[in-house]
Design a protein around this ligand. Sequence first.
Ligand code: ADP
Length: 506
Amino acid sequence: MSIQLVRPEASAGRRRLRLRGRLLVSYVVLLALTLAVVAGALLLFLFAQPVPRTTAYEDLTSTLRTILSDYQLIGSRPTLAAVGRVFRELPTIAEDYSVRVVVVQVSSRSVIFDSAGSYQPGDILPLDVEPYTLLPQRRPLVTLRGEAVFGGFRDVDGTPWTFAGLVGLRQNEAGVGLLLAEQQARQTPEVVWQRFRRELALPLGQAALVGLVVAAVLAAFISRTLIGPLAQIETAAASVAKGNFSERVPEVGPPEVLSLAVAFNHMSSEVQRTQQAQQDFVANVSHDLKTPLTSIQGYSQAIMDGAAKEPSSAARIIHEEAGRLNRMVTDLTDLARLQAGRFSLHLTPVDISKIAAAVGERLMILARDRGLTLHVETERVPVVAGDGDRLAQVFTNLVSNAIKYTPSGGEIWLRSGVGKSGVEVTVQDTGIGIAAEELPRIFERFYQVDKARGPRRGTGLGLAITQEIVEAHGGRISVTSAGPGQGSTFTIWLPSPEFSTVARRR
Ligand code: ADP
């Protein structure tokens, strides 16, 4: 038999790409999200930061340098007249160079001049001078005189201003500072964005690149460890579908794939077992049906041809074989219904000892005819929820087998008694016994230890049916034998509701 496996039209290669691609896409999405969150957080952080004064310092310094140079205060030794000119023309300078000019007594912070007119001479200017060493000085500001100062102050109305200036330009007035000031830039999205692009875009880009490489390597590694075993399972499944039921896969890989491999191996061994059982079953049925049919055909032919010496004995054989066929068909139907779970048991409270005694009594004569002694030993036992007829069939099967497989002069015991949380029935004989290797197989359908046993042959279905009935009652059946010639003991255990009632009452 071969099963068609419907496979999607995808090659292993395409699937490999697909899984790897999916992993890669998930990693990249994750990476992009993480970077976006980080970038967002950094932008917010930058937005909350005050605008650095550095740019303003550079602008103001450059304006200051231009003024100093325009007024001949750089290069050659400046004359007192040149310095004086600067201090005389402060309003013009402020206007010409579009800058606020403030002159202040640095030590007392008192204003001498303010081109904006906000601070009057004598007012105290709230100066905030930055430590000189921290400033980004590119070129020395002044060659000959003065000391550069940088910082900020708040205007009368509270607006922040940034300044760059020179102290000590006028001789003997080391504390007088000439300051150029501009309003401190506000934090705007453009300013923040530009700072972000200038300072943070590159490291973030590098992080993304490293993340991308790591993601690609990880995706390749994970897909490899997953796809290898999965591809093996797929090949094996295709092979099983073609009828190669002995196919197994190595049980390797991560836990999920490993358990899939284990499940696959379990499934294919079960399929193999069922397949084998089915083949055996068909072979057995055809063989066991063929034997009686052949003899029916032979003997009836003989009768028709007038070749049978004793037609009545030929007719008897035909009758016996037809009876066997009938039994076999009944057994097979029973078994099929039992196994399909369509067998209805009529459960009522039954007394096992009574049933056993009745079966014993019925088979006593048959046993005696075969030269056997059948002992029936029953005890008072708790009731069992059971189907009386079916349980009688079970005991009859076991005792009939014992009679069948015990040579003349032997003994058989049919016992019933109390077992562990239930009731036990045992059928023991001093018969031909069963070899240890046969013990696990005798409950299989059609299994017979010795097939060629002549006219008293059974169907090989009795024990299979017995087991099904016992299990349908929630019970168990087991067999022991010390070996060939040593007799056998079959034990049936059935649960009794009385035990559970007692347990519940306690
Ligand atoms: P059968 O119709 O052949 O008796 P069963 O299913 O009842 O079929 O039994 C299966 C096989 O188990 C028998 O063929 C026989 O070989 C073995 N067997 C069953 N009962 C006994 C017994 N009491 N002693 C020895 N062998 C037994």
